[in-house]
Design a protein around this ligand. Structure first.
Ligand code: GLU
Length: 293
């Protein structure tokens, strides 16, 4: 007897890093993710990506929630906060280490920059693999000596283990993931318990996210997230990458451009319901347009 697969309850999310207040582009992205879930009777969730200890600020967490509430963005369930999930990141790192897929990397940024032959991938310089070849004894000695180190994935081995993998986008044939082009990316940083790639992948799975809607700047990251899902037996959501908004100078909006922060528009007396309607119709404040990313 066969059973029909029950329709999956859609879950979308918005996952800001509290490194500043939200700008119009974040508001637009959050509204789209919320509206998509609502239109399908699903849930929309919020996650605070606050494990970047050098750039995250606790005061921005409250500010971000205030900005979202002002714009009419309301989330379901509890907010997931990455700094409360370190044990899950550690457990996944342990599993990947046990598979022989991670190695400690003692290189500094300057060491990597100095390696002039390093090829470039979609996200900048590819790590040249300097620490991949270290002897186990040397690794153990340097760790015991307290040498600061990150943990990198041995991408060649990981890809060989995962085999051919694809990711899904709605209304599209499967897209072939090519994580090799990113090289041996960092999964645990020297200054943070997990990299964005690892924490984001684990958390999307833990939240039951079925549709990840995010900026086109993260298109390449999807290759890496899909690989981690394959290695860690996690479900793989659909991915939708939206274009980025650009400012009058043609550059993508960034938190440093205070003028387009939601908090500033609010201080200028802008009507949030009208702004939300305009954003839904792709009408942006003066000077802001859709980029091609
Ligand atoms: N925290 C990331 C950011 O602020 C977003 C990550 C994601 O949507 O996957 O850019």
């Amino acid at each position: 007897m066969t059973h029909a697969t029950p329709p999956q309850h859609m879950v979308t999310r918005f996952a800001p890093s509290p490194t500043g207040r939200l700008h119009v582009g974040h508001g637009w992205s959050a509204l789209m993710a919320m509206d998509m879930a609502r239109a399908h009777g699903g849930a929309f969730r919020l996650r605070i990506e606050d494990i970047d200890g050098t750039r995250s600020r606790p005061e921005h967490v409250a500010g971000i929630m205030e900005d979202l509430a002002w714009l009419g963005v309301a989330w379901d369930n509890d907010v997931m906060v990455q700094s409360q999930r370190i044990e899950h990141y550690d457990a996944a790192l342990g599993r990947l280490r046990a598979m022989g897929l991670l190695y400690p990397c003692f290189c500094t940024r300057a060491d990597i920059q100095a390696s002039l032959t390093a090829p470039h991938g979609p996200e900048g310089a590819i790590y040249p693999g300097t620490c991949r070849g270290l002897e186990d004894a040397e690794r153990a000695r340097r760790i015991a000596d307290g040498d600061a180190h990150a943990w990198r994935i041995d991408m060649g081995r990981a890809v060989a283990r995962a085999g051919k993998i694809t990711w899904r986008a709605p209304s599209s044939p499967p897209i072939i993931a090519d994580p090799l082009v990113h090289g041996d990316v960092v999964l645990a940083r020297k200054d943070a318990p997990a990299s964005y790639h690892l924490s984001c992948t684990l958390d999307d799975a833990a939240m039951g996210v079925t549709h990840v809607l995010r900026g086109g700047d993260l298109y390449g990251a999807t290759d890496i997230h899909r690989l981690l899902q394959a290695l860690l037996d996690l479900p793989s959501p659909f991915y939708i990458h939206h274009p980025l908004l650009v400012g009058p100078d043609g550059r993508r909006l960034a938190k440093r451009d205070g003028a387009i922060a939601l908090a500033d528009l609010r201080a200028q007396g802008m009507d949030p319901a009208r702004l939300a309607d305009d954003l839904r119709d792709n009408r942006f404040p003066v000077g802001i347009t859709l980029g091609s990313a």
